[in-house]
Design a protein around this ligand. Structure first.
Ligand code: MN
Length: 244
């Protein structure tokens, strides 16, 4: 079976995305990034279960939206692959998903009454109303491992995301979505940056957040600029000692 140039080049870019997300401290040994299959909208591409910094092209697997590998009997997949499939199922506009435990975001998932909101123009993709928080206890009971290990939990997370670009997962991490892989990487990095900036600002006093209108304006302008940070981050990742 021959693989088209579109798929080959997307797999290459997905490998780069894995390395960038590690180099930018969004993922560590855990976390994952996927892309919807360019020719089969009912499938997505995601590495086998491994540290993102070590992913190569041969580690990328194809899954159906139920989270089953298209070629059975292969290497172990990520336990939380259901995050990806269920979001692609619910959101036809989403072409890429990043799930991470990026550390500055987690505090916003565990303090009632405090919401992650956009503090600066680079974070205009975050909701001005506050980023939704997925409470897994509502679906998995009081004693779960907090992971999205089934289609049922993935679908509940996708519901919590709604039409937004980010959802926090209580005591766990976050998931961001976008209409391209590069945009998803950008959003994952700036969700972490935005959380850090918001915490810094809150230490100083009451915070002025972006308005709904400002989130629209900033997102429109930045949407022509993702390649600028992508190629910078790619060079940094390739020059990192991890790539040697
Ligand atoms: Mn996780």
């Amino acid at each position: 079976m021959s693989v088209s140039e579109a798929v080959t080049s997307l797999i290459r870019e997905l490998v780069d995305a894995n390395h960038i997300l590690f180099d930018q401290s969004v993922v560590d040994g855990f976390g994952h990034v996927s892309a919807r299959h360019p020719e089969r909208p009912d499938r997505f591409l995601l590495a086998r279960s491994m540290a993102p910094a070590l992913v190569t092209e041969k580690d990328v697997l194809e899954f159906d939206l139920d989270g089953n590998p298209v070629i059975p009997g292969g290497p172990a997949p990520y336990l939380e692959r259901f995050i990806h499939g269920e979001i692609y199922r619910k959101r036809p506009d989403v072409m890429s998903v990043v799930h991470s435990h990026s550390p500055s975001v987690v505090p916003f998932s565990v303090v009632p009454g405090i919401k992650l909101q956009p503090v600066c123009h680079m974070c205009g993709f975050l909701s001005a109303k506050g980023t939704p928080i997925f409470e897994i206890r509502d679906f998995a009971g009081p004693g779960s491992d907090l992971l999205i290990t089934s289609g049922k939990l993935g679908a509940a997370l996708a519901d919590s995301l709604g039409e937004g670009s980010a959802v926090l997962m209580r005591g766990h991490g976050s998931t961001v979505v976008a209409s391209t892989l590069r945009q998803a990487v950008f959003r994952a990095v700036y969700t972490e940056v935005g959380a850090r900036l918001q915490m810094e600002a809150m230490r100083l006093g009451p915070v002025t957040f972006l308005t709904e209108e400002e989130t629209v304006g900033t997102t429109k302008t930045i949407s022509a600029q993702y390649d600028r940070s992508w190629f910078l981050w790619l060079k940094a990742a390739r020059n990192s000692p991890m790539s040697q």
